[in-house]
Design a protein. Sequence first.
Length: 397
Amino acid sequence: MSNSLSFFPSFPDYPNWKGISEQFPVEGIWLNYCGTTPVSLYTIKCINLYLEEYSKFGIFNPSFSEPQIKLNIRNYISEILKCSPEEIGIVHNTSEGMNLYSHSISIPSGKRILVLENEYPSNVYPWEHWTKKNVTLGFVSIGNSPDEFYENLRRELSKGDVYLFSFSPVHWCTGVVFDLNTVSQICEQFGTKLVVDGSQSVGHVEMDFSRVKVDFCAFAAWKWLLGPLGLGVIYISKEWSKDFQLIFKGQASVVNDSNYFPYRDEWKPAADQFEQSTSNFNDWIYFLASLHMLKSLGFDRVQKRIFEIAGKLSDMLHSLGFVLETDPHESIRTGILAIKGYKSGREFQPEVLQMFLKKKQVITAVRLGRLRLAPHIAIEEHHIKKLESYLQEFLEK
């Protein structure tokens, strides 16, 4: 798909990334991009263009037709995931996508569902209803390294009763990255379906669904893809969707849904079924504008920049004597840095450090006893220097 969308203004190249933070006027230093993300000036400009046109033409606005906007979003996401646009659907959040999927599939009695330990609730709660249907919900230990986790997974799947494994390729608390290709191969070896919570990985690390076998994936738009709160995406493989039908039926669930009579029984393809009725079109414009901005910069280039700026942030933290969760795994490239202590062995109190930084308008998060920092393209080198001065002040207290 072309980088140009005629109804959106062009976005600057920023060949060396200098000055791109001006597109993100959030006050202070935002280091929680794996949590929620501030809106860019470019996205605001695009939304205003849409609203101005909508004020004149309503739903008949000439530049922003619903089918075309949806197609563009699907095309961008399919480029990121390297899949077919027809395998992409738009929902409100990860929990909704996971719940709709979980309640619409069949799992034989006596089987097990596995998830990663300490998973985010949106990848746990949607599976709990199966425990009332003689299906067990269990957890796989992460262990002390990705390799240990792979062995733990093999051990569980080798028991022969695991129907489905659902996991996040990037741990939301620690930033540790698990190789999706390795996990997919293990699941294929034992005939286990693979479901992915992609909220911490899509737009952050490589997700190539043309090379790995993933049956279903759901993720939030408002993290690494810089989209709006309250919008999510699902992927459902063509292979798995052949016999798939949601338990919910809405106005938009059927073919030719704009003609309301006679009532119809023919369902849309699987991914379309997740969009059951009128969507929040304002969020679609917001999301498309953010995707278009990222595409203009280059999806792969953005991912490399996230790793680059996270690497510089990591070097600075190490120079001050902090210990990171990923220190034992030097080969892991991640944009999520989890501080878990000091090299000196002094007591580490993440909540105290978080509150100190918040007073300096530095936004971080505390997860599993670690202080989590997650930069994106809006973070430049001068932000790291300023953060370094704040941390030095804290350490000298």
